[in-house]
Design a protein around this ligand. Structure first.
Ligand SMILES: NC(=O)c1ccc[n+]([C@@H]2O[C@H](COP(=O)([O-])OP(=O)(O)OC[C@H]3O[C@@H](n4cnc5c(N)ncnc54)[C@H](O)[C@@H]3O)[C@@H](O)[C@H]2O)c1
Length: 88
């Protein structure tokens, strides 16, 4: 995959999970319809957001805890987009 709407073929298919649906929502939109990287799961502590995006993008699985997504064996790649916890 390449940025800004261009795709290159990987030659293999992977199932993706996305955690944190701020920046992660952009990735979800970008991968929509891309056959080699199928978004199988999304996760966010914001239940309304995760439910809305599950419906909108027809994502099979939605979670509010990363641990539950990690336990799936049909998700190969998990992209973490949660905020940094460091405070200065
Ligand atoms: N906004 C940008 O332009 C941008 C660009 C590149 C990278 N990033 C990085 O992406 C990360 C997230 O930034 P953002 O702008 O999307 O933040 P955001 O606050 O807009 O979104 C973060 C999302 O993560 C969810 N979340 C928080 N803790 C969670 C948890 N424990 N489990 C599941 N979901 C959780 C929140 O509910 C929220 O929907 C940061 O590390 C940031 O540095 C942001």
């Amino acid at each position: 995959m390449e940025g800004h709407g261009k795709f290159i073929k990987i030659g293999k298919s992977f199932c993706v999970g996305i955690v944190g649906l701020g920046e992660g929502k952009g990735l979800l939109k970008g991968l929509h319809g891309y056959p080699e990287l199928k978004v199988m799961g999304i996760c966010d502590v914001n239940h309304e957001l995760v439910d809305e995006l599950k419906r909108q993008f027809r994502v099979p699985y939605a979670y509010d805890k990363l641990e539950d997504m990690v336990n799936r064996d049909d998700i190969h790649i998990i992209v973490i987009n949660t905020p940094d916890q460091i405070t200065y």
